[in-house]
Design a protein around this ligand. Structure first.
Ligand SMILES: C[SH](C)CC(=O)O
Length: 270
């Protein structure tokens, strides 16, 4: 109801995801920067699954809702969503997903490191695997299908990568949809070259810690420079930023397009 103020209609609540996600830290900053906290706006912690099911229900009943949103993600293809303008640039400009590795991996396992130097793809390619998984396909199967369907890209990814002869590679990731997709594709690529790859999901902070403490070899889940900037600072010098594996990512606040008069984070106060 555009006439009524938005806040009371949604309990002054922004529907978020897992507490450790960088987007949650950015949103807390936004609540302060835009004066929302002072007007008892709050950020609800839950999980990606809980956020998307709350979003699904709100859209089904054409209700107002504000969520932490990010690209690439199937929510923008499945639902009529728009990012809110962020004039104070709290969420940062261009965000990318980086591949990080433990210090020493290049020396200990140059073959696996070479693959990590080669792997990169686009938001659209990532979304094609995410959508399969969202439709119930097992992530490993979705990754195998993607690899079968993109022989030329796979050839580039495997260029200069020697056989692994059973060498172990331990990857950690955060179970966001884009990272479930990329981690499973990288695992399949390494396994086709004879590496023994294990992948382990965990929260963002433990994922960064697993690389910094050499408990794991690599992760393709590092959203930088803004979203996971807090962790990159905390572990500066204790990880290697191998490369960007996905350009054109974005984080922010998002609302259904039917909320016509809400187009900027500033509008939340109206
Ligand atoms: C869920 S993605 C925006 C990554 C993150 O928030 O750290």
């Amino acid at each position: 109801d555009p006439a009524k103020k938005l806040g009371p209609q949604i309990n002054y609540t922004i529907t978020g995801i897992d507490a450790g996600a960088g987007i949650m830290a950015s949103t807390q900053k936004a609540l302060s920067a835009y004066g929302l906290k002072a007007h008892n706006w709050q950020l609800q912690t839950s999980s990606t699954a809980a956020m998307t099911s709350t979003l699904d229900k709100a859209i089904k009943y054409h209700q107002p809702i504000v969520v932490t949103g990010w690209q690439p993600h199937w929510m923008f293809t499945k639902y009529p969503l728009k990012f809110l303008k962020d004039p104070k640039n709290v969420y940062g400009k261009a965000e990318s997903i980086h591949t990080i590795a433990r210090v020493g991996l290049k020396k200990d396992n140059p073959g696996a490191y070479k693959l990590l130097q080669n792997f990169n793809w686009t938001p659209a390619e990532s979304s094609s695997v995410m959508l399969q998984v969202n439709n119930g396909v097992d992530p490993a199967k979705a990754a195998k299908t993607y690899i079968k369907q993109h022989p030329d890209q796979v050839k580039q990814w495997l260029a200069g990568v020697p056989d692994g002869h059973g060498k172990a590679v331990k990857m950690t990731y955060v179970a966001w949809d884009s990272e479930i997709a990329s981690t499973n594709v990288v695992k399949q690529l390494l396994d086709t070259k004879g590496y023994e790859t294990t992948i382990q999901p965990m929260e963002a902070q433990p994922m960064w810690a697993s690389i910094a403490t050499n408990a794991a070899d690599a992760s393709v889940s590092a959203w930088l420079p803004t979203t996971s900037g807090i962790y990159a600072k905390q572990y500066k010098g204790q990880f290697v930023d191998v490369r960007i594996n996905l350009k054109g990512a974005k984080t922010g606040l998002a609302v259904p397009t039917y909320m016509k008069n809400i187009n900027s984070i500033d509008d939340l106060m109206t």
